[in-house]
Design a protein around this ligand. Structure first.
Ligand code: FAD
Ligand code: NAP
Ligand code: SF4
Length: 673
């Protein structure tokens, strides 16, 4: 009798159940969701995208969705041509599905018509209703143009098939053209495309029907539906369920979900959103249709995904940024290697923020993302002894890559734990996940066999025995020369965030960069919303589960705030407050502070600090702002306690320093050592 094979129990059994779509079976329940990579319209974009997606297919994603490609000129997001509308587009794209298939994966092309969100002159919409987030006014689509656009969606799918894609995703959420037809806030037509819900859903339903007819029965059609609109006059949950049924009947294979229109005033993917915080909204769709439904937004860890499946909220999960942070997310989860997964911390700094400044997407915690062909870590030919002094983001990144390449690495930190300023950042409500990055890099360093020496500042004599010395010692907080800076009310942000001082009721924050804003959020929310609970989050932002509520919003708006501190933020420059914050996340911080009545005064001259508070001059007047506590957040200076050949992160340059630069510099230097 042969021995019984022993299979290790799967760590996430539901996540790794195959999904039978009838004509094809996906190996697991993980979809890599669509992301704007900024490569779509570049001359070398197709080759770089092929390498980017192939790495993620090798990493175990069951199905990949590309960034958005328009079916015609009017549907472009920007004037740079990113379309699937002609034979030469299909030809150009062929390299992408070929690379993904060679890597053992499957990929669908997202067909996206921007409607009134297009940043060009030929913007169209169901009705000429301008969006608050676009200076361009749309013109109303005529009957013939609507018919033509439906045909162009279908043609796009046929071209995608010709290019070798396994299917398409029809983008029907986030406030793009299909959402605009569905919602009365933009669709004010009186013809067969407007008015009743049946009429308003005619356009998306016809798009799916025509797509199915053009692409054939054995072609995956994912439809991305808005599970929650989060805008005034948006669809209710009951209406969304009706739309889902119509889309299913028209021939969709899978229903993927989107949360909120881009113009929603509620965060949908930022750090303020709890992990898996919107999955509950997908259950509404699951109850409405028989085709598999995919949950999305802030699903960044396998246990979160498994729980969503276990609760029955969805049949599959969509992870997008999680695959920027770790291309092998799915394989590692399958192997039960949770500690080996680089978790996306939802900062948007190197992905979505890059898109808006025309740079290709990358990732703060994984600088190789989007640089697959450029930042290559080759095994070393000559093994060197490398000392890395400082275990913040720069030093962690450098030590991990250098050790993995084969160098003998010793990482020193004078603190008792690795992480540098990330150990302060993780105290900020919403930034708790920064601890994940520290744990992940520490694990990589351990696995690569590097030695870590904590609680020790090495001397130059000690470092003389190394072939290479890297200084990653970070920064010193700046102490501005304001008279009275030594007053008992004055504290540094390090003291405050370390919990060494208890702030009083009236707090003045000097400096309004990223840290000034974080300190204000910390003061306001550390006791009130310290946990990231989906129900608390929904309550905080006025989101309701009522199936009849338009947009899923509470008609009463946001609940009133009860701030524990009266905060005043000051800065000398005249630029708007929050101008240095993340492009796609800064508004969340500004909205929170406004809700809590934080006073912001710019263009001030600091006169002195004394028992009466902080004396400032602005607008030609002098006044004293009462302060029980004054928190200094006035930027930083480089900290260079030793001489060294290589400087990275804050030790190299403190101005404009962030973790993105620190980690990239660490990885780039380590690749070259
Ligand atoms: P550091 O993180 O400062 O690390 C330096 C390390 O060197 C420390 O561990 C220190 O103990 C060690 N060291 C110093 N001297 C010695 C010595 N002589 N011997 C041995 N070890 C030594 N950035 C973002 O990109 N996004 C954010 O959202 C964000 N939020 C932040 C929130 C807060 C509250 C703070 C404080 C910072 C935030 N930052 C953020 C900034 C980010 O943390 C820094 O840019 C980053 O940590 C800089 O990395 P670094 O490795 O250069 O320096
Ligand atoms: P920062 O963004 O450079 O802001 C420093 C602030 O201090 C400015 O408001 C500046 O404003 C003021 N200041 C500078 N010199 C001063 C002086 N001599 N006297 C009084 N005020 C002075 O630096 P930070 O807030 O310390 O943040 C450090 C880095 O961490 C940032 O570069 C940022 O990228 C990163 N970070 C990012 C985030 C994020 O959410 N992405 C969050 C936290 C930190 P005035 O000159 O107008 O007075
Ligand atoms: Fe996630 Fe930030 Fe990386 Fe974007 S840059 S993928 S949000 S960790």
């Amino acid at each position: 009798m042969g021995s019984v094979p022993i299979f290790p129990m799967a760590a996430y059994p539901l996540l790794f159940r195959p999904l039978d779509l009838g004509f094809v079976t996906l190996p697991n329940r993980i979809l890599m969701g669509s992301m704007h990579t900024g490569l779509e319209a570049r001359p070398d974009g197709m080759d770089r995208l092929a390498a980017f997606y192939a790495e993620r297919a090798r990493g175990g994603a069951a199905l990949i969705v590309t960034g958005g490609f328009s079916p015609n000129d009017a549907g472009e997001l920007s004037p740079h041509r990113a379309q699937m509308s002609a034979k030469q587009d299909a030809e150009r794209h062929k390299v992408i599905p070929r690379a993904v298939h060679d890597a053992g994966g499957r990929i669908v092309l997202q067909v996206l018509h921007s409607g009134r969100y297009g940043f060009h002159k030929n913007v169209v919409a169901p009705s000429p209703v301008k969006s608050a987030i676009n200076p361009n006014s749309p013109r109303e689509m005529g009957e013939a143009e609507i018919r033509q656009t439906i045909a162009e969606f279908a043609a796009s799918a046929a071209l995608a098939r010709e290019a070798g894609y396994d299917g398409v995703e029809v983008m029907g959420s986030e406030g793009y053209l299909l959402s605009q037809f569905l919602a009365q806030r933009v669709n004010q037509r009186q013809d067969q495309w407007g008015g009743s819900l049946e009429n308003r859903m005619r356009f998306p339903v016809e798009v799916v029907r025509a797509t199915r007819a053009a692409a054939g029965a054995d072609f995956i059609i994912v439809y991305r539906i808005s599970a929650l609109e989060l805008v005034e006059g948006g669809l209710s949950a009951a209406e969304i369920a009706a739309v889902a049924k119509g889309i299913e009947q028209a021939g969709a294979t899978l229903l993927n979900t989107g949360i909120g229109w881009h113009e929603a005033k509620i965060p949908t993917i930022a750090q303020a959103v709890p992990r898996g915080g919107f999955a509950w909204a997908t259950r509404n769709l699951k109850q409405a249709v028989k085709i598999p439904v995919i949950a999305s937004n802030r699903i960044n860890a396998p246990e979160v995904a498994e729980e969503i499946l276990a609760r029955g909220d969805a049949d599959m999960v969509s992870l997008a940024r999680a695959f920027l942070a770790d291309e092998a997310f799915a394989n590692k989860a399958k192997a039960g290697d949770r500690a080996g997964i680089n978790i996306c911390i939802a900062c948007n700094q190197a992905c979505l923020d890059h898109y808006f400044i025309g740079q290709p997407a990358s990732c703060v915690v994984n600088p190789r993302a989007g640089r697959e062909t450029k930042l290559v870590f080759r095994p070393v030919t000559t093994r060197k002894r490398v000392a890395v002094v400082g275990g913040g983001p720069a030093g962690l990144s450098c030590a991990a890559v250098a050790a993995e390449r084969g160098h003998e690495v010793v990482l020193f930190d004078k603190a008792a734990e690795l992480g540098g300023q990330f150990n302060l950042a993780k105290k900020i409500p919403g930034k708790q996940e920064f601890a994940e990055s520290v744990a992940y890099y520490a694990e990589r360093i351990r696995r690569a066999g590097a030695k870590v020496v904590l609680g020790h500042s090495p001397t130059e004599a000690e470092l003389a025995q190394f072939d290479e010395v890297v200084l990653a010692t970070g920064i010193d907080p700046r102490k501005p020369a304001i008279p009275g800076i030594g007053h008992k009310s004055v504290v540094g942000y390090v003291d405050l965030l370390s919990g060494r001082v208890e702030p009083g009721r009236n707090v003045v924050v000097i400096g309004a960069g990223g840290i000034g804003f974080d300190v204000a959020i910390y003061l306001l929310e550390r006791n009130a919303r310290a946990t990231l609970d989906p129900d608390e989050f929904a309550q905080h932002w006025g989101i309701v589960h009522d199936r009849a509520a338009p947009g899923g919003l509470d008609a009463k708006g946001f609940p009133p705030a009860h701030p524990a501190h009266r905060i005043t933020m000051l800065k000398r420059s005249a630029t708007p407050f929050g101008a240095t914050l993340g492009r796609t996340t800064g508004w969340v911080h500004r909205a929170e502070l406004a809700r809590n009545g934080v006073q912001m005064i710019k263009g001030v001259e600091y006169r002195r600090i004394d028992d009466a508070g902080v004396h400032v001059a602005f607008d030609g007047k002098e006044s004293a702002i009462p302060a029980d506590t004054v928190v200094i957040c006035a930027g930083q200076e480089p900290l260079r306690p030793l001489a060294a050949k290589h400087l990275i992160g804050g030790a190299k340059e403190a101005g404009e320093l962030d973790a993105k630069r620190a980690m990239l510099e660490g990885a780039e230097l380590a690749a070259a050592l």
